[in-house]
Design a protein. Structure first.
Length: 605
């Protein structure tokens, strides 16, 4: 137990003569603690694509970060993806410290452009297996052998797609008790020429104006759905299931949005309409985008389902980065010019939507909220926030909720201040040759709106400042983030943040501010998939009612902890939690102990 480990540590320190100067919490807010954690990882970009020679293509999208308890010791570990150099598996050793286990685990993937992926127990043996996506490096499936090592089973499993892949997620779409795998692919942005730097193909500049104007004619590679056959092998069924959309598909998010007991799917498209697929329950999906959502974000990157207003239904937040790519590079030069551009843009563009993907051209006016003037009637040029109206209906409310922002990539959601309402972290920024743009943290105001608190909570500015220690042609290189995940890495009960950055070290951000109480719940399936993906848990505590669902990878190249975190505010106890297992089976636990992690296994009958 966590409490017992801490008591034991305190006794050891006292007996050894160590004096603890203070037992008080750190000052309110968050603190960056990467250096103290022993994590030594750096994402390295391809200089000839995004540095000395800069091209407008997906090589600037960077790599992800995945969180999972790899060795079943009760602590979440962190896996960083990389472009140039090895990926990094950092095992959580307790007390906020991590150890590099990459080489022993056998998942460094040297010489491969690694992009994203997902941990998931596809063989239901109790260990977290790993799928990794790449740009033309052949995606890999690693089976966790339970001894700290992984076995590459890609070939026998039949999931070794080689193309321009992005995100992936595990979910049991056919309710047979085994995790299936969905893979989102983008379009080609490379030629068949290997660069001198082994491991990647030379990229070319994408025709952004053509993609913006003719999004229906510039399709990418088809997405894939691998059905788990239960014998370590998969069969690809995307066409048969109706989810083989071909586009520039960056992310995939899963939720039972209509409450019928089958997991549905949302897929983002970086250059055109997204797709909302309803699971029919017969192995096929139907596209309900036009009927249910009408308009979706044109340049979408990350998407995530979560219950933002505590009404028991999953809402959907989608962030749009490519609609902000109209920005010129006229600021190139000194830090002073870049700072001026940052300040100017903050005032003019941060909360704005425009009628086209080309931004505020001369004569255009801000049409925020007036979607009738948008050039393509089925897209929104900016973020979208679909508030569930129950039973599969949604209403778009991004502007009213204060959830429009600039250059956003990935989304992580969770209750960061333990007040009983979920907040949002949006990894943001572009990097060289653009100016700095901060990560966004939206605190849930509990009235249908959010407030930006990144600076107030001491998450921004980043340690070391906005700039890296390098310039190209007199233009400084700025820091920028790509993906983010929530986890409780220091085991104090609240949610911390890990952020994967482009071309520099990550951020590990400890939560010092939570003054509320909480309950953490982890589910173990039996008749359903062991990871219990999609299982809803209801919590009742006095006047507070929350619903959360166990999730896999979502938000763009990101995977947060599988442990459900319920903030309680000032409430000191929980009346009950209700777990809705599949096939109409429910389990009620009365007055659970909110001081410890509650692990609940699905009843045998």
């Amino acid at each position: 137990m966590l409490v017992n480990r801490r008591i034991l540590l305190l006794l050891v320190l006292l007996l050894s003569g160590v004096v603890l100067v203070s037992q008080e919490r750190a000052p309110a807010g968050f603190s960056h603690v990467l250096n103290e954690s022993a994590i030594r990882f750096r994402h390295t970009a391809i200089d000839s694509e995004t540095g000395t020679t800069w091209k407008l293509n997906q090589y600037d999208h960077g790599s992800g970060v995945l969180v999972a308890d790899v060795n079943n010791d009760g602590r979440d570990d962190i896996y960083f993806l990389n472009f140039v150099g090895d990926n990094g598996l950092w095992m959580n050793r307790g007390n906020g410290m991590f150890e590099d286990a990459t080489q022993k685990a056998g998942i460094a993937m040297s010489g491969v452009i690694s992009v994203g992926g997902a941990f998931g127990d596809f063989d239901n043996d109790g260990d977290q297996d790993l799928y990794v996506t790449s740009y033309r490096g052949r995606n890999r499936l690693f089976r966790n052998q339970g001894d700290g090592t992984f076995d590459d089973v890609t070939t026998t499993a039949g999931v070794g797609y080689s193309g321009h892949s992005s995100s992936a997620t595990w979910f049991d779409y056919d309710n047979d008790g085994k995790l299936d795998l969905y893979l989102a692919n983008i379009g080609a942005f490379t030629i068949d020429t290997l660069a001198e730097q082994a491991g990647y193909y030379v990229g070319f500049n994408l025709p952004f104006p053509d993609l913006a104007s003719n999004y229906d004619k510039n399709r990418g590679e088809k997405n894939l759905l691998f059905r788990n056959q239960g014998n370590g092998r998969f069969v690809e069924v995307a066409e048969k299931a109706g989810v083989a959309t071909n586009g520039w598909n960056g992310d995939c998010a899963v939720s039972d949005f209509d409450g019928d007991g089958f997991l549905d799917l949302y897929v983002t498209d970086m250059f055109g309409p997204n797709r909302l697929y309803r699971n029919r329950g017969d192995g096929t999906f139907e596209d309900l985008t036009a009927k249910t959502l009408r308009r979706t974000s044109w340049g979408a990157i990350g998407a995530r389902f979560f219950d933002a207003n505590n009404d028991g239904w999953p809402d959907l937040y989608v962030v749009d980065m490519h609609s902000d790519m109209w920005m010129s590079q006229s600021w190139k030069g000194s830090r002073a010019r870049m700072e001026e551009a940052t300040n100017k843009s903050t005032k003019l563009f941060e909360k704005a939507k425009f009628p086209t993907a080309f931004g505020p051209r001369p004569g255009d006016k801000d049409v925020r909220g007036d979607f009738s003037k948008i050039r393509h009637p089925n897209v929104i040029y900016g973020n979208s926030y679909f508030v569930s109206q129950g039973k599969g209906a949604f209403q778009e409310a991004s502007d009213a909720a204060n959830l429009e922002t600039f250059w956003p990539w990935a989304i992580a959601t969770g209750d960061l201040d333990d007040d009983g309402w979920q907040d949002i972290f949006a990894a943001s920024g572009m990097g060289y040759p653009y100016y700095y743009w901060p990560n966004q943290v939206f605190r849930n105001r509990r009235d249908g709106t959010f407030e930006q608190v990144a600076e107030a909570w001491k998450i921004e500015p980043p340690p070391g400042g906005r700039y890296l220690d390098r310039e190209i042609g007199g233009t400084p290189m700025v820091r920028s983030s790509r993906s983010a995940a929530f986890l409780d890495f220091d085991e104090d009960g609240d949610l911390d943040i890990v952020v994967a950055n482009f071309n520099h070290e990550p951020y590990l951000i400890r939560n010092n501010q939570s003054s509320g109480n909480h309950l953490n719940v982890k589910l173990v399936g039996r008749s359903i998939a062991r990871d219990a993906i999609g299982t809803p848990v209801e919590l009742f505590a006095s006047d507070l009612h929350q619903v959360q669902w166990v999730t896999n990878a979502a938000g763009y190249l990101s995977q947060s902890t599988r442990t459900l975190h319920f903030g309680l505010g000032a409430r000191k106890s929980v009346d009950r939690i209700v777990i809705h297992w599949k096939k109409g089976k429910s389990q009620t636990i009365k007055t659970p102990d909110a001081s410890r992690l509650l692990v609940v296994a699905e009843p045998a009958n």
